[in-house]
Design a binder for this molecule. Structure first.
Ligand SMILES: C[S@@+](CC[C@H](N)C(=O)[O-])C[C@H]1O[C@@H](n2cnc3c(N)ncnc32)[C@H](O)[C@@H]1O
Length: 510
């Protein structure tokens, strides 16, 4: 086993970014952009990255203290003024036949200007104008729609956004999870190494292996070990929700959205095929894949159902000790696997996902029994990084049901947002975990763990006592969206070409 990076597709072009400006970073954005992860997929020594820079950060993610970056900074700092065309000129250029090298250079220049705005801007030009150009250039260069790019800019700020976008241009390392019902990780690693497959352990998991290199003659989905059910090809982020769920032998567990079964088979292995797992999915075709995986991996403690997860609470109220809700989502954490997300997701899609996620989460909470010793937990996860599908959904559940957020027990991941663009979420939201491709070289993921305190709805204030129907929720959000649009238009009127709500972006308010 070698301790090296797996090969990955090189980025379009290496780029070095200026440090975050004071203006961009508020306290939390600062933490988000400068705080490097404590451990990554390839760390095997916590001490390696005491300064927040580990092997992956230096090699894979552009950092602003490398030689090329310094040279660029010095060169740029020497310039009297960096000239950026007007928004109208940029729009014209992008609409015609944009020269991507030119666009890339301008992205770099604007990032540099924004990182010390008061000293580097051209006289008389506003920050929102630079941001509008920046946004347009990024959408062109990385091929995203403006809706998603704007959302991402709100979340990450200038420097981290580019790191995130660059990470999405590269595939994540191939990882596999040992099926401990059939073998042990060490034995599996030796068997694969014997076939010329170069693997290394994932330090924070007892069952994960990262595949560094595979000879052309070996297909990882067709080795004798794979066919014997000794492992599953699974992204490392997907281990996290099950680790947070921490099921115990003999328990009753529901995996509400289970197909194709990556997490259900992990749960079954941890439970050593004891107790009972109900693995459910609404899509019959996907349930077939679930059945196939269960047979191959020797799962015998499971019942497979094909229902809408929202009906579980009605059919089986309080029936389960633990529930995993790995919710359907927009997939903004897995863009490197599915590039279509860059252009297909709009406000309506995200709203639809958020509604379904809220309804599924309330149903999950109603299907888990109330606090009893160590039981009564719901883990909520998505492979989306958007706040609308994560913190907003959790916050909604905390307002509607008697549950509280508890630590996930996960070593990796950044904390959930407590403040986001004027919204204040539950103060315990920091207990949630956010995993980003640029920070951990893993798919983007969100994981939250809730403990049920009691049955029934949470009665908070008079107007909050009735369950909001999907239509009401849609109406409320529609109004909020319209209000936001109005505000944007009002600002646009004042500042030419401002596609962003400038101040919020500037201060990186979460
Ligand atoms: C993120 S995937 C689940 C992946 C799965 N947990 C795994 O690890 O293999 C989300 C799943 O939710 C299912 N789904 C969507 N809407 C649902 C609903 N209303 N009830 C139950 N399942 C649903 C989809 O068919 C999809 O398989």
């Amino acid at each position: 086993m070698k301790n090296k990076e797996p090969e990955s597709v090189p980025p379009k072009k290496a780029r070095n970014w200026a440090p975050e400006s004071e203006e961009v970073s508020d306290e939390e954005l600062e933490e988000q952009t400068s705080g490097k992860p404590k451990s990554t997929l390839f760390d095997d020594d916590d001490d390696d990255d005491v300064n927040g820079f580990d092997e992956m950060d230096e090699d894979d993610v552009d950092s602003y203290d490398d030689a090329e970056g310094d040279a660029y900074m010095e060169e740029a700092a020497g310039k009297i003024e960096i000239q950026i065309p007007t928004i109208e000129e940029v729009e014209k250029e992008l609409a015609e036949n944009p020269d991507l090298a030119n666009v890339q250079a301008r992205i770099k220049d604007i990032a540099f200007i924004l990182s010390d705005f008061s000293n580097r801007r051209e006289e008389g030009r506003s920050r929102s104008e630079y941001l509008s150009i920046f946004l347009k250039d990024l959408t062109t260069y990385y091929s995203y729609n403006e809706y998603l790019m704007e959302k991402l800019l709100h979340m990450f700020g200038v420097t981290e956004l580019v790191e995130f976008l660059e990470a999405n241009e590269r595939p994540r390392p191939v990882t596999i999870r040992t099926n401990t019902l059939k073998t042990r990780r060490k034995l599996l690693a030796s068997a694969l190494i014997d076939q010329g497959v170069d693997v290394d352990v994932i330090a924070w998991s007892k069952v994960g292996l990262v595949v560094m290199q595979t000879p052309g003659s070996v297909a990882l989905g067709a080795t004798p070990q794979y066919l014997a059910g000794q492992y599953l090809l699974q992204g490392a982020s997907s281990f996290l929700p099950v680790m947070a769920l921490a099921p115990k032998s003999g328990e009753k567990v529901l995996d509400m959205c289970a197909a194709p079964g990556g997490k259900s088979t992990h749960i079954a292995a941890i439970m050593k095929n004891t107790g009972m797992i109900v693995s459910n999915d609404v899509h019959a075709a996907r349930v077939k894949a679930l059945v196939g995986n269960f047979h191959r991996m020797g799962i015998t403690n499971s019942l497979i159902t094909n229902m809408d997860g929202r009906v579980f609470a009605k059919k089986m109220p309080g029936a389960f000790d633990r529930i995993l809700l790995d919710a359907p989502c927009s997939g903004t954490g897995v863009i490197s696997k599915d590039e279509s997300v860059k252009i297909t997701k709009d406000a309506k899609d995200i709203q639809r996902c958020s509604h379904l996620q809220r309804e599924l989460l309330l149903a999950a909470i109603d299907s888990v029994h109330k606090y009893n010793g160590e039981n009564g937990y719901v883990v909520y996860s998505t492979c989306s990084i958007l706040v609308e599908e994560n913190e907003e959904v959790i916050d909604y559940a905390l307002r509607k049901r008697k549950v509280k957020l508890v630590p996930t027990g996960l070593e990796i991941g950044k904390p959930g947002y407590i403040h986001y663009r004027g919204h204040k979420f539950d103060p315990n939201m920091h207990l949630c975990k956010r995993v980003y491709p640029h920070a951990y070289n893993m798919d983007g993921f969100f994981v939250a763990k809730l403990k049920k305190l009691d049955d029934g709805p949470r009665i908070m204030v008079q107007e909050d006592t009735t369950e909001e129907t999907a239509e009401e929720m849609e109406e409320t959000e529609q109004k909020e969206e319209e209000q936001e649009e109005e505000e944007k238009k009002a600002k646009k009127g004042k500042k030419s070409g401002n596609a962003l709500t400038g101040k919020k972006v500037l201060t990186g308010k979460k």
